[in-house]
Design a protein around this ligand. Structure first.
Ligand SMILES: Nc1nc2c(ncn2[C@@H]2O[C@H](COP(=O)(O)OP(=O)(O)OP(=O)(O)O)[C@@H](O)[C@H]2O)c(=O)[nH]1
Ligand SMILES: [Mg+2]
Length: 430
């Protein structure tokens, strides 16, 4: 990732002996609680996982409570000084905020703290950048990164160039240069959008041909690290990359899955995971990939049953599904990783009905992609969905009165369009 890879050493903190070998940047994690309604994780565990997935080593965590973000530093100046102390105490190379910073806040903090500062959006973009493999995936990440950068040009240009000169070695480009850069970025954004539009058309053609052949499509969706790829492999015996990293999968992989119970095949797609505050530039750029999920006949919504925040994660997945127009697709909830539950938490039955936070009831299967528990039940449910059709409401998905109400509300999803934690809200904050 882009955090500088040299530690700041002071006389009281001698340089670490391993400094000569290229090593992981040490980072301080920061989260701010703005009270009810703000997305605040007191443990910062997810941010730590994200940082590790990007190749950083979290060395300290610090949280703060505020009514509103400070215009200059996001946190108050007292807290900024505390962060500065932590940096020198732990010889950290960078700071990562769990929320979105405005470009000005980011700049001010970097100047004040003397190390590179990254926000959650920037971090997620870095991970996506490192993971993208397919042509389409790379185009999508590049587009999202450029859109993010175009608001932060003054300081972030060096990121774009992938220079790693270390703090203080950069020197901001002059005004004219920035103007030139901005024009170049705008042109690049335009050409990337055109190329992605072509990819989208191709996908449309493929989709229509699948529709003609009447293929039944099942897509795995879920919070990142829930076990989608492991389940995909267990069901199809394919060798898809599964790892204890956030966003291990970025590209969609599709395989045939033969359901002997139904006497026919379906296609199963594994795709990118979702996360809280997924940068809206990424959601937009990944439209083509996410479309794969939106086109499915059934969604297997994989949940990490061992996560202490599984309900929040379900909520996030529903939000993203809503934003890509996939909220109406029947879901089967797969409570995965049941093997990791304590004895007393383990379910006593293999399946039941579960009411989603959006009021839909759907089948829930307790499973372990790792040990294979529950997969036969899951196959049975899928077979039933294929043979009895999708509208077997009591099998898959049924509406409640709540649904009608929620259709009017829609407030949950607005963050993606206009209240994104990325550029929009951050820029307009006082
Ligand atoms: N204990 C346990 N671990 C599991 C199970 N399924 C997956 N895992 C582990 O969870 C981690 C994430 O698994 P993946 O299959 O890569 O998760 P994913 O949902 O595809 O993640 P992304 O592609 O990053 O969104 C890996 O370390 C898996 O070994 C399970 O049933 N039990
Ligand atoms: Mg995966």
């Amino acid at each position: 990732m882009s955090l500088v890879e040299q530690s700041i050493s002071t006389p009281t903190n001698p340089p670490r002996p391993e400094l000569n070998i290229r090593q992981e940047p040490r980072v301080v994690l920061v989260g701010v609680d703005f009270g009810p309604g703000s997305s605040f994780d007191p443990t910062l565990d997810e941010l730590a996982l994200l940082a590790e997935s990007a190749g950083d080593t979290p060395v300290a965590k610090i949280t703060a409570k505020r009514r509103a973000p400070d215009a200059a530093f996001f946190v108050g100046s007292g807290k900024a000084d505390e962060i500065k102390d932590l940096i020198s105490l732990y010889q950290a190379d960078g700071v990562i905020f769990d929320q979105a910073l405005s470009p000005a806040q980011q700049r001010n903090l970097e100047r004040h703290l003397g190390v590179e500062v990254l926000d959650r959006t920037g971090l997620i973009l870095e991970i996506f950048g490192a993971r993208a493999r397919s042509h389409e995936g790379k185009l999508q990440v590049e587009l999202a990164r450029l859109e993010y950068l175009s608001t932060r040009l003054v300081r972030r240009w060096s990121h774009l160039e992938r220079q790693r000169g270390g703090v203080g070695h950069r020197g901001g480009p002059g005004e004219t240069q920035i103007e030139l850069d901005r024009r170049m970025i705008d042109q690049k954004i335009k050409s990337l959008k055109e190329r992605l539009a072509r990819v989208k058309r191709q996908r449309g053609t493929q989709r229509r041909s699948r529709e003609r052949t009447g293929t039944f499509r099942v897509s795995l969706v879920g919070y990142t690290n829930a076990g989608k790829s492991t389940l995909f492999n267990a069901l199809t015996k394919a060798g898809t990359y599964a790892a204890d990293q956030l966003f291990a999968t970025l590209d969609t992989t599709t395989r045939q899955l033969y359901l002997s119970e139904a006497g026919r095949s379906v296609t199963l797609s594994d795709t990118v995971g979702f996360i809280r505050d997924l940068p809206h530039t990424l959601v937009e750029s990944f439209e083509a990939t996410l479309q794969e999920a939106a086109d499915a006949d059934v969604l297997l919504h994989v949940v990490d049953a061992s996560s202490p925040v599984l309900l929040e994660q379900i909520h996030e997945v529903l939000r993203v599904l809503e934003s890509i127009g996939a909220a109406q697709i029947p879901q089967v909830l797969v409570f995965n990783k049941c093997d990791a539950l304590d004895e007393h938490q383990r379910p006593h039955h293999a399946r039941d009905m579960f009411e989603l936070p959006n009021g839909y009831r759907c089948n829930r299967v307790f499973a372990s992609a790792l040990t294979g528990t529950g997969l036969d039940v899951l196959r049975d449910i899928l077979a039933k969905a294929v043979t009895e059709g999708l509208l077997g409401e009591e099998i898959l998905h049924s509406r409640t009165e709540l649904d009608a109400e929620r259709q009017n509300e829609q407030s949950d999803v607005r963050w993606l369009a206009s209240d994104s934690p990325d550029s929009t809200s951050a820029r307009t904050r006082p």
